[in-house]
Write a protein that binds this ligand. Structure first.
Ligand SMILES: NC(=O)c1ccc[n+]([C@@H]2O[C@H](COP(=O)([O-])OP(=O)(O)OC[C@H]3O[C@@H](n4cnc5c(N)ncnc54)[C@H](O)[C@@H]3O)[C@@H](O)[C@H]2O)c1
Ligand SMILES: O=C(O)C(=O)C[C@@H](O)[C@H](O)[C@H](O)COP(=O)(O)O
Ligand SMILES: [Zn+2]
Length: 376
């Protein structure tokens, strides 16, 4: 049914960012229609498709065929799968291949994969020729609900997560929901953490809906598409209000200050912790820390943990296999967080489910004592 999927089955979320405005298309069969969707909206006739070694055998051929049919010639760049790929080494490979393919400013880098491929190839698109067009074809739940939208791109540094990158908005996002059927259960759950995040930021009704309907979201069908579209809309609204994170966009970082420190502490080893799992643990920690600071009731932290645990996500540092470094090492990573201002820590804290806020100047002494308690 792929090639003939009716346009009416597709949900569109528009991201009104002036001259950088774009559409997010969500629904079945979009890889088969990618060439046509790109060719009717944009001018380029050449592309470098960047993907990873897991996704390539599943979907690269279909994407290239659809580009071909629409008269878009493409080169293929297949990188290793996993978080460690967000490195200078693989960025250089991607940039070289894009240049080798003579991709011009009006042509495209196309990211076919999860957030790792999206972040790295978006960064390449942002810096090659000082910016070429960028199309996201996200294939993981996480990338369909979060990383393909909003223009944050980048790689990790030995100093921490996502510390090197640029803002470079995509020109189009094509989220083919059929491809989620081949995603592992673990990676689906990890993406779900970012879905739940939107409820916890400022949509208590959405969080309650997820508590009641999460099984249907995991099964597939209309509840899943609803959840993806609601997530993209929630993210688009925040990005449009504060594209470059001068203020409220930081809300999208709920759970990430702790989560990123845990990813660094596990050396980006996907067998121990993946991003969404770090976010799950981080969101529980953010709720517990808010309760400790007398900002929220501990009942809210318990409710958040109950739901994330119910879907099978890790919620405690002790759920991470293997030893973690001491609390002081986690603090070192937190001190490198991009939200730090004049050396002062910024956290996303909460007054309750769906009542998150940006807290500047959070005392480091409180954070370290909290981490020591949680670590024990
Ligand atoms: N830029 C942003 O706004 C933003 C937002 C959230 C997360 N991120 C970043 O995204 C990354 C995490 O993304 P992710 O969770 O997609 O990880 P990922 O890209 O590593 O993908 C997860 C795993 O699933 C595999 N995979 C992807 N699609 C598949 C499919 N359809 N079928 C089978 N296997 C498939 C991948 O090969 C990989 O092994 C992190 O680096 C995180 O920092 C960025
Ligand atoms: O788009 C944003 O803004 C986000 O914060 C989304 C997060 O889910 C994502 O993981 C992001 O990369 C984290 O922000 P960063 O600035 O710390 O990289
Ligand atoms: Zn995230």
């Amino acid at each position: 049914m792929n090639a003939i999927t009716s346009a009416s089955a597709i949900r569109t979320v528009h991201v009104p960012l002036g001259e950088r405005a774009y559409d997010i298309l969500i629904g079945p069969g979009l890889i088969a229609r990618a060439g046509a969707e790109i060719a009717t909206r944009l001018k380029g006739r050449k592309a470098a498709v960047v993907t990873d070694a897991n996704v390539a055998p599943l979907y690269l051929k279909a994407l290239v065929a659809s580009l071909d049919e629409a008269g878009i010639a493409s080169a293929e760049v297949v990188l290793p799968a996993g978080e460690k790929t967000k490195s200078f080494e693989h960025l250089i490979t991607a940039c070289d291949k894009v240049l080798e393919a003579r991709v011009e400013r009006n042509d495209y880098v196309i990211a076919l994969g999860g957030g790792v491929i999206g972040d790295l190839s978006g960064f390449a698109a942002g810096i090659v020729r000082r910016g070429v067009r960028f199309v996201q074809v996200p294939t993981s739940l996480l990338s369909q609900v979060d990383s393909s939208v909003g223009g944050k791109t980048g790689i990790n540094s030995r100093h921490g997560k996502n510390l090197i990158g640029v803002f470079h908005q995509p020109d189009l996002v094509l989220a083919d929901t059929d491809v989620l059927n081949s995603l592992s259960a673990r990676e689906f759950r990890a993406g779900y953490a970012e879905v739940a995040k939107y409820g916890l930021i400022d949509k208590p009704d959405f969080f309650a809906w997820l508590e009641a309907n999460w099984k249907a979201v995991f099964t597939g069908g209309s509840a899943r598409i609803e959840a993806i579209a609601a997530s993209c809309q929630a993210k688009a609204d925040v990005v449009v209000a504060d594209e470059r994170e001068n203020g409220q966009r930081a809300l999208l970082n709920l759970g990430h200050t702790f989560g990123h420190a845990l990813e660094a502490a596990t050396a980006y080893d996907s067998s121990r912790l993946v991003h969404g799992e770090g976010v799950s643990i981080g969101m529980v920690l953010a709720h517990e820390f808010s309760a400790r600071m007398n900002l929220a009731s501990p009942d809210d932290a318990r409710r958040v943990e109950r739901h994330l645990k119910e879907v099978g996500l890790p919620t405690r540092m002790s759920d991470i296999p293997g030893d973690l470094p001491p609390a002081e090492t986690l603090m070192d990573a937190i001190a490198q967080d991009k939200k730090v201002k004049s050396g002062k820590l910024t956290f996303i804290l909460t007054r309750g489910v769906g009542q998150s806020f940006v807290a500047d100047d959070v005392p480091a002494s409180e954070v370290i004592s909290f981490l020591r308690e949680k670590h024990a």
